[in-house]
Design a protein around this ligand. Sequence first.
Ligand SMILES: Cc1cc2nc3c(=O)[nH]c(=O)nc-3n(C[C@H](O)[C@H](O)[C@H](O)COP(=O)(O)OP(=O)(O)OC[C@H]3O[C@@H](n4cnc5c(N)ncnc54)[C@H](O)[C@@H]3O)c2cc1C
Ligand SMILES: NC(=O)c1ccc[n+]([C@@H]2O[C@H](COP(=O)([O-])OP(=O)(O)OC[C@H]3O[C@@H](n4cnc5c(N)ncnc54)[C@H](O)[C@@H]3O)[C@@H](O)[C@H]2O)c1
Length: 460
Amino acid sequence: MKSYDLLVIGGGSAGYAAARTASDLGKRVAVADGARELGGLCILRGCMPSKTLLHATEVLHHARKGKTFGLRIPTAEVDMKALHRWKVKTIREFADYRVQGLESGKFDLYRSHARFTGPKTVALSDGTEIAAEKILISTGSKVSSPPIPGLAETPHWTSDDVLDLDFVPESVIVLGGGIVACELAQFLRRIGSKVTLIQRSPHLLKEFSESAAAVVEQAFRDEGIQLHTGTKIEKISTTTDGVSAKFTKDGKTLTRRAAYLFNALGREPNTGGLNVEAAGVKLTDAGRVAVNRWQQTSRSHIYAGGDVCGPHDIVHLAVSQGELAARHAFGVKSLKPIDPDLLLSVVFTDPPLATLGLQEKELKERNIPFLSASYPFDDHGKSILMDATYGYVKLFADPKRGGLLGAEIVGTHADSLIHCLTGPLAMKATVYDLLRAPWYHPTLAEILTYPLEEIAEKLS
Ligand SMILES: Cc1cc2nc3c(=O)[nH]c(=O)nc-3n(C[C@H](O)[C@H](O)[C@H](O)COP(=O)(O)OP(=O)(O)OC[C@H]3O[C@@H](n4cnc5c(N)ncnc54)[C@H](O)[C@@H]3O)c2cc1C
Ligand SMILES: NC(=O)c1ccc[n+]([C@@H]2O[C@H](COP(=O)([O-])OP(=O)(O)OC[C@H]3O[C@@H](n4cnc5c(N)ncnc54)[C@H](O)[C@@H]3O)[C@@H](O)[C@H]2O)c1
């Protein structure tokens, strides 16, 4: 039996961060990862391939809009084989860099699946047995397939398949209206597919505000995506030339057909095969590994980080959770838990949608008094000259001292603009602090001064 200070099960974003941190603390660390290809979800089949493809189709979209700006760009179209090669090359470089880190010798790497045999012992699929004082579960998530009649029997794509396309599908039905569905539906539409998106809740992106979702919905409709929200999917079936989806909406039964089907109905924690029962690790009702604010599970020497415990499948959180778990496990002093009121989320649609800190719904639910102010992109100089007028910026502040509480931005470059506020929110800045800062003209960032000034006026 091999023994270590820390065994990390799953070498993705959370696991790699924990292994690196513990090894820097001088601990003996092993990482077990059973994947055929190392790198983790974000690099191989998540953030990086999706953003590589979305950037390419954003460039394509701008080229097609050239006429608006008096530019003559006679043809702009995708070469899917070339785009696929560019994606493969880019992702290969990111993955190679991660593999170098994993194989750097700072820790022992086992290319095997792990299974608990007791609270401090694990058996690997290559037959190795490992004992460790501390263990981190960071096994990520997998695509879920809800029990929709016919779905399991009908050939369908997951995000893995869409991210690996090397041809333009003629038509696609997208099931779901979450982040994966929205980001990739727009990608498919922009490469030239006829896209029909079928979503259960009344709005896309149900975790976000209705008004922000409405902006994304409008942009999608303007680009020709057929949206069906507020539906119940009744049956999925195979047809002679593809697939069909039968669903009800407003009491009516509708059927839509397409050449391909894309299941974007969510992901679930990857705990199967881990045999967590042998270690006494408890799961939540949703099947995630239950953790406290230090990432400790129901067995205090076993930690969890990343998608397997959540509560959000966001990569910077997975990294922070892995680092926090490693530091806590080895007694680093003056640690702070991850602050849930500093939550940052970004949806990389065009326009993108970004939220930071507390949002209106949560402020109301928690009876936190607040002032809010918003400003639309269609009245801001820089976005008007860019012809990027969808959406708005909205800020929330406390009504006593004007302390920033949260922000919502849906509009051009929201993914970057929100970062004007992450530092100030973390440092507990007020609207007055932010108004003392210089804001260059004409920039997109400058749009934030309007709601800041409005809140300052309301305060005085
Ligand atoms: C299409 C898509 C786009 C995304 N885009 C973004 C984005 O833009 N921004 C963002 O913040 N997040 C994004 N995400 C989410 C982000 O990718 C995840 O939150 C993050 O990668 C999770 O990291 P992790 O370490 O928890 O898991 P993973 O990176 O999945 O790592 C888990 C590892 O555990 C291994 N493993 C599993 N079971 C075992 C076992 N029993 N034994 C040994 N090893 C095991 C797996 O092989 C894997 O390598 C996206 C997700 C998807 C699907
Ligand atoms: N930009 C980013 O940070 C980014 C990008 C992609 C994914 N992610 C993360 O990955 C995770 C997975 O994303 P996702 O979009 O796959 O999942 P999701 O849970 O966000 O969305 C799933 C969608 O499917 C719908 N759905 C589920 N079951 C259904 C049923 N039986 N009938 C009809 N509709 C049903 C839900 O209403 C929801 O709209 C998310 O937590 C997300 O945060 C993040």
